[in-house]
Write a protein of this length. Sequence first.
Length: 199
Amino acid sequence: MQTGKRSMKHVRSAIVTTIFWTIVVGGAYPLLIWGVGAVFFPRRAGGSLVVRDGATLGSSLIGQDFQSERYFHPRPSAIGYDSSNSGATNYSWTSAALKQAYDQRRADWKKAYPAAAADAPPMDMLFASGSGLDPHISPEAAEAQVPRVASARHLDSARSRALLDLVRANEEGPQLGFLGEPRVNVFLLNLAVDKAFPG
C-alpha cells in the first residue's frame, strides 16, 4: 500500500513538473524574448524587412538571386535562395560533383571578369554558403563586379568611380570589430545602386 502511494506521488510530481516547465519554456520564455525583441529591436524582430514605397522588397538577412547584368551578383546557393529550404549540398572535399561545380564557376568567373584577378577568383564566388541564404559577399567579389555593372548601366568613367565608391561605402566591418570578415550585403548594395544610378 505504501509503495502504491509513493508511486502515485512520483507520478503526480512528474505531471506537475512537466506542466510547469511546459508553461515556462514553451510559453513564458518565448513571450518574454518576443516582447524584448519587439520593444528594443522591432526591425530585427520583424525579420529585418526592407520596405520601399509601401512595398516589401525582401529581408536584409536573406540573399536574393540577382541575374541581371545591371546588378551585383550574390555568391552561389545550393537551394536557389529558397528561404523555405535552407541548406547546403553537403558535398565532401573529395566529391566529383563539388569539383565539377567549382571548375564551372571558376570558368564562368574568368569569362565574365577577364580584367579582374581571374586566376584567383574570390573564394566566396566559387562555393555556396552553408545556409544557401547568405546575403553577403566579400569586398573583393563586389569590387570585381563594378566594371560589369557600370557597363550594363552605361556609366562613364567618373560615374564608374562613383559606383566603386558606393560599393566601398556599403562595406560592413566585422561584428563588434573582431567577429567575422569585412563583407558587402548584395541586396542592400543593389538597392543603393538603383537609387544612385536610376534608369
